[in-house]
Design a protein. Sequence first.
Length: 112
Amino acid sequence: MHRDIKPANLIRNKCDRRIFLIDFGAVKEKINRENIDQNGNSTRTISIGTDGYMPIEQKLGNPKFCSDIYALGIVAIRALTGYSEKLEADEHYNPLWHQHIPTRDKTTTPIC
């Protein structure tokens, strides 16, 4: 697990324009079998990451394998909407990004 995916840790190669992930200082290396619960998630650890990009379970010290996918999703939402402030969250800590989606007319509304 990288645990700190954010725009500052993504660079683009000038030659082929591919994007690479950098800064592996927060990587959670190998997970021992005794550190995995019955659902396949790692057990408690310290909270590492950048606020606004890490999911609530990672903030609480219980990162999951999908935590990096969440962070990548936040990067994509911010890239697509142009919204760079910290997103508010609902009562389940889900980011509220729908109101930041620029729309052209009333027929293009979010479906989720």
